[in-house]
Design a protein around this ligand. Structure first.
Ligand SMILES: [Zn+2]
Length: 553
């Protein structure tokens, strides 16, 4: 149950895919950093030394073309979109340690040398590229892949462009067997399991062709050092960010401490659509450089709009910024993290967003905190009461079977207390296990179970009845203490999910007992402390009014 073993304390490096700076990402794209942030915060809370990297991919033909249309330089175009992405991440409270841009000097220098190293290792050769290319995806496909997709891009369904040019190729085929064996021998390398099956069956088993890794028709990219007419293929450039963000450069006689400490990556968080690049190109690149493989690659599902993928051309794009503006960062984080299953796509609707907000954040969480804080003010002048137990009956105040109140066994009361406490403790254990498997939406359900139980406890104990009877004062102390303590524990479990609200909970109940290890034992909250004034953490949304406003926009 307790996953907080002190001996486990070590480093944890987590990286998201870097966002492409061609257009403002929609809320579905922002799932990457939000999911990674929840995991990074959870790991930090567990005592891990975390390095969290995210950023932007700023090279390639698409950005070159967009800039040309807009009459600006590619760098200016990328700067503008990267600025938006960076600001959105900041507003979403994404706690990254480095926001890397593929236009950063250190990254560019390293990518040049990485390419040289591939070449020197004999993994790269020059030939001609002839075939079809997808501009938006910056991808080339084999004739079979194109045929299977019906003549269009297998990834995005868009039209392909005919191209012939002199180019460098990476000997991916040389690594096919090694890769297949590696994936087989490391069953947790690619998760969830259906992502792994797709990669093995659709891409590795049919045979891997050598990859074209340079372009001479594109100028906006990292030039090949020994042949500057060519720029390095954007995926080689982009994937390298996971090591350059730590200061890696193959020319270093010794890699920097940051790299030595954090590599290999513990977890890559990516969308399922780019699994192929991360589970084929990336491992092979690392082998060529003589580096260790990342420990795990998680391909998350998509957030759809209705039944479709969000896309600007379909006019069904929802942006995080708009939702943050209306509902706050925590609401967006909570929605994404609680609605997105581990392994299935889900759909965004405003109705669902608003209903979930009202049901979970307002009714279940905010009202519980508010009622409890208000009652503590009313009955105990805002001072956290001491729970009352009969000395000698139980070794610890909360041991199962402890007698509460005036020492006269009162079976129903003991039962509800025990049940509340056991629910809080057992759900905290479930939460830990699920968070360690990155099953965040399921972990959130365990927090909800605690909150439901605490709300039910109010109905069962009826503090307003106890408050009218002076002889029930001791019982009331226990009841409010148990509620405040349940809220404190829920606040800790919520901190990786909705950090702002979690901070507000701690402020209202005025506690500094917020260490993760304290959730596994009930009773950590200090009595005798004066709490702060009750203020709702989330306010009820008027569904009709908001939907009408959105309709008008
Ligand atoms: Zn495409």
């Amino acid at each position: 149950m307790n996953n907080n073993n002190k001996n486990d304390k070590n480093k944890f490096y987590i990286a998201t895919a870097i966002a492409y700076s061609s257009k403002q990402p929609h809320i579905g794209n922002d799932y990457d950093p939000v999911q990674a942030d929840a995991i990074a915060r959870f790991k930090r809370m567990n005592g891990y030394d975390v390095f969290f990297s995210t950023g932007t991919d700023e090279h390639g033909q698409k950005i070159e073309e967009i800039a040309k249309e807009a009459g600006v330089t590619p760098k200016e175009s990328a700067d503008r979109i990267t600025g938006m992405i960076y600001n959105t991440y900041k507003r979403l409270n994404i706690s990254f340690d480095r926001f890397i841009r593929t236009t950063d000097d250190d990254h560019n220098e390293s990518v040049k040398k990485i390419f040289v190293k591939f070449y020197e290792n004999g993994d790269i050769y020059k030939d001609y590229y002839e075939g079809l290319y997808c501009v938006p995806c910056e991808s080339r496909f084999t004739p079979t892949q194109i045929k299977d997709a019906g003549g269009v891009c297998p990834d995005c369904g868009g039209n392909l462009r005919e191209e012939k040019e002199e180019a460098y190729f990476f000997k991916l085929s040389k690594y096919r067997e090694k890769l297949e064996k590696y994936i087989e021998e490391n069953p947790d390398f690619i998760i969830p399991v259906q992502r792994k099956r797709e990669i093995v069956n659709n891409f590795i088993k049919p045979g891997i062709q050598d990859l074209c890794v340079s372009r001479s028709t594109v100028k906006w990219g990292v030039p090949v050092e020994f042949d500057p007419e060519h720029v390095i293929y954007v995926w080689i450039d982009a994937l390298s960010n996971y090591i350059t963000t730590l200061g890696y450069n193959p020319v270093n006689t010794e890699q920097p401490d940051l790299f030595n400490k954090y590599w290999p990556c513990d977890l890559h968080i990516i969308g399922k659509d780019i699994m192929r690049f991360h589970s084929i190109y990336w491992p092979v690149m690392l082998w060529s450089l003589g580096l260790e493989q990342p420990k795990q690659i998680l391909g998350h599902p998509w957030l759809l709009f209705g039944d479709e993928k969000m896309s600007k051309s379909k006019g069904n794009v929802v942006y995080s910024d708009e939702l943050i503006e209306k509902f706050g960062a925590d609401a967006v984080r909570y929605y994404l993290l609680s609605e997105m299953p581990f392994d299935r796509d889900t759909s965004f609707t405003y109705v669902n967003f608003i209903r979930k907000y009202n049901a979970d954040l307002v009714n279940t969480l905010s009202n519980l905190v508010n009622r409890t804080v208000v009652m503590t003010e009313k009955y105990f002048e805002g001072v956290i009461p001491e729970p009352q137990t009969t000395v000698g009956v139980a070794d610890t105040p909360f041991q199962k079977g402890a007698v509460v109140g005036d020492g006269v066994p009162d079976v129903p009361q003991i039962d509800v207390d025990t049940d509340l406490i056991e629910t809080v403790i057992s759900k905290s254990g479930d939460y830990a296990a699920l968070m360690n498997e990155y099953r965040i939406s399921e972990a959130i359900e365990t927090i909800s179970a605690i909150l439901y139980r605490a709300n039910k406890y109010i109905d069962e104990t009826e503090p307003w009845v106890l408050g009218k009877d002076e002889t029930k004062k001791d019982r009331l102390k226990t009841v409010l203490y148990n509620l405040l303590e349940s809220i404190r524990i829920a606040g800790i479990l919520l901190s990786p999910i909705i950090p702002e609200a979690s901070g507000k909970i701690f402020a209202q109940i005025n506690t500094d007992v917020t260490d993760y290890e304290t959730v596994f034992e009930f009773g950590g909250l200090k009595s005798g402390v004066k709490i702060n004034k009750a203020e709702p953490i989330f306010m009820r949304l008027d569904e009709k009014k908001i939907l009408a406003e959105i309709e008008k926009e």
